[in-house]
Design a protein around this ligand. Structure first.
Ligand code: F6R
Length: 607
């Protein structure tokens, strides 16, 4: 989704902006642009398509100036085009704006501005902001921004330049993330930490309604009334290299390879000497006694982790749990009150629908526990309690290491609550802990099978659809594998509870259709065999994934991948890695842009 970067200092702003934008490419975008000020004149260049298109133009006609703002746009209002790309400037070329979010009342504002003679050249809601600031300009851009904030409805993170006040950048945040980076003789703004990680690790995390005024040597943060706020510096502990490809062809491959380490980080300090604990978690035994309903809410891959979580809560803590996608939860008047524990899962910590679900549940008195990867993200800050997944920065749009750590945290949390409510005995807690500690090694084993998976993908990459089926925990692994495949390879795919196929989807199976049968759960293994026979009878080409000891399934299927023997409860963590790799190699064989799949964004900040 859209990315913002801004710079003021002694360097040429263009270089810092392009370097920052290149680190935001992973968010997904369809145009890019920058604006600088030099000799009190505003300069803007923007281009549809990849950042390289903009860079090619800037190579011929650079924008000089030591203050500037840049943007990568993911189209919402208006098609991807040069004109709709940001920055947007006022007609008198005095004010330029980059914007993440949506101005909900942009139509009435636009009509009013048009009636005052403003001429619009784009279809965007953002252009309205540039004109509005121009119309309201009092000679003081900070004061003007404060007035404009009273007129705009919706969500916005803004970077603003004013040619009359060339020594400052103004940044504003309302319901869309924005940070300010503190440098030495230079300062930065960004929508995401990786954009400025090469320059500084010290940041202010802006809160809703806050305005930051940056000069080269100073940063002032104000509230909407114009009062100065004392902000705490947040020190980012990510290593800049963590946001680089480090020799891998794709971030996705690098992040899959990092999964054993990510799991270790997620478990560290929480799973030791056969017991599970969460330092810093406010939710305690007393509070749990008041909770009579648990809901898990998330989107996409995080929702799949939520489904696995529901299974664990019911198994280990014997608590009934509802799991729902955030975009449905928030619009259906959910039953949620002060006795509800709402668990939200989000890699980015910025997903708009998940944030809205938190606000709804909090308004009704629920206790909100967030499981997220990004420290200081909006979701982490708005929740009552946080468990960090500690996976390190995830850059590829397709989530991999964040997912396995989310599942790991769900298993830990379910066991922890089972311990609190007395439903999980010591021996089981010790078993879970021990099994979880095996997952890094098991993921390593999965990664060692890459050649086999690649060969399968190279042979089958021309397929136009692929089915996954599984039972119990395997179903959620299938759903996640299917989502991964769709998003990066564009192959149509379905994931079904194996017992459901005969109720409809089996009609789609024909000669040669590939069906991945995930068979890691001992209690339903025989049932899976029956389902395999059903699809084989309709001509399916079946790839079965089984634990060691079930190799003899080979006589029933076309291909078998044998995974190490493990506790059935932890299979969602190592088993999904085989499906991530399958999606990856199919996408590579089809020549797809694995890290930047079409139409998708890393951080979905629109509803
Ligand atoms: C798919 C993927 C998405 C996200 C979803 C929620 O690989 O990453 O489905 O899981 O957009 O995002 P977060 O976890 O940031 O809330």
């Amino acid at each position: 989704m859209c990315g913002i970067v801004g710079y003021i200092g002694d360097k040429q702003a263009q270089d810092v902006l392009i370097s920052g934008l290149s680190r935001l490419e992973y968010r997904g975008y369809d145009s890019a642009g920058i604006a600088t000020i030099e000799d009190d004149a505003l300069r803007v260049e923007k281009k549809k398509g990849r950042l390289v298109n903009l860079e090619n133009i800037l190579e011929k006609t650079p924008l000089s100036g030591k203050v500037g703002i840049g943007h990568t746009r993911w189209a919402t209002h208006g098609v991807p085009s040069d004109l709709n790309a940001h920055p947007h400037a006022s007609v008198n070329r005095e004010i330029a704006v980059v914007h993440n979010g949506i101005i909900e009342n942009y139509m009435p504002l636009k009509e009013e501005l048009k009636s005052q003679g403003h001429i619009f050249v784009s279809d965007t809601d953002t252009e309205v902001i540039a004109h509005l600031l121009n119309a309201l300009y009092t000679g003081d851009i900070v004061e003007t921004v404060q007035i404009a904030m009273g007129k705009m409805k919706g969500s916005y993170a803004l970077g603003i330049l004013c040619a009359n006040e060339p020594d400052k950048i103004v940044a504003v945040r309302k319901d869309s993330p924005l940070i300010v980076g503190l440098g030495n003789g230079e300062n930065f703004i960004a929508s995401d930490i990786p954009a400025i990680l090469n320059y500084t690790r010290e940041v202010y995390l802006l809160d809703n309604g806050e305005i930051a005024v940056l000069t080269k040597d100073n940063i002032q943060v104000l509230n909407i009334a114009g009062e100065i706020i004392d902000k705490e510096i947040f020190v980012v502990d990510w290593d800049p290299g963590a946001a680089e490809k480090e020799g891998y062809d794709h971030f996705m491959m690098k992040e899959m390879v990092e999964q054993p380490k990510a799991m270790m980080e997620a478990l560290m300090g929480r799973c030791c000497e056969s017991s599970i604990s969460f330092t810093g978690l406010k939710l305690n035994e007393e509070m749990m006694k008041q909770i009579n309903r648990i809901q898990i809410v998330a989107c996409g891959t995080a929702y799949h982790a939520g489904m696995v979580g529901k299974y664990y809560f019911e198994k280990f803590a014997r608590i009934s749990v509802e799991a729902e996608v955030a975009s449905e939860y928030r619009y259906k008047n959910p039953i949620v009150d002060k006795n509800t524990l709402l668990i939200v899962i989000s890699q980015s910590g910025e997903t708009a629908d998940t944030l809205a679900a938190i606000r709804l549940a909090k308004d009704r008195g629920a206790w909100v526990l967030a499981v997220t990867n990004v420290v200081g993200s909006s979701i982490a800050r708005e929740a009552d309690d946080v468990i960090y997944t500690n996976a390190g920065p995830e850059i590829a749009v397709a989530s991999t290491k964040a997912y396995v750590t989310q599942v790991g945290c769900m298993m830990l949390l379910a066991s922890y609550l089972g311990k609190l409510n007395g439903k999980l005995g010591k021996a089981d807690a010790a078993r879970i802990c021990h099994s979880l500690m095996m997952t890094p090694g098991l993921i390593d084993k999965a990664l060692e099978t890459q050649e086999v998976i690649k060969a399968f993908a190279d042979k089958n990459h021309k397929i136009y659809d692929l089915f996954y089926m599984g039972r119990g925990l395997d179903l959620y692994t299938c759903m996640e594998g299917s989502l991964k495949l769709k998003e990066i390879s564009y192959i149509h795919s379905e994931a079904y509870a194996a017992g459901e196929l005969k109720h409809g989807p089996i009609a789609l199976i024909e000669e040669g259709t590939i069906v991945v049968a995930m068979c890691t759960q001992e209690n339903v293994f025989e049932k899976m065999l029956s389902n395999i026979k059903e699809v084989k009878a309709r001509g399916a080409h079946v790839l079965a994934i089984v634990q060691e000891g079930h190799e003899d399934i080979a006589s029933e299927v076309d291909e078998v991948w044998v995974i190490p023997n493990m506790d059935d409860d932890i299979t969602p963590i190592p088993a999904v890695v085989y499906l991530q790799l399958l999606a990856y190699y199919l996408a590579v064989a089809r020549g797809c842009d694995v890290d930047k799949p079409k139409n998708l964004a890393k951080s979905v900040t629109v509803e």
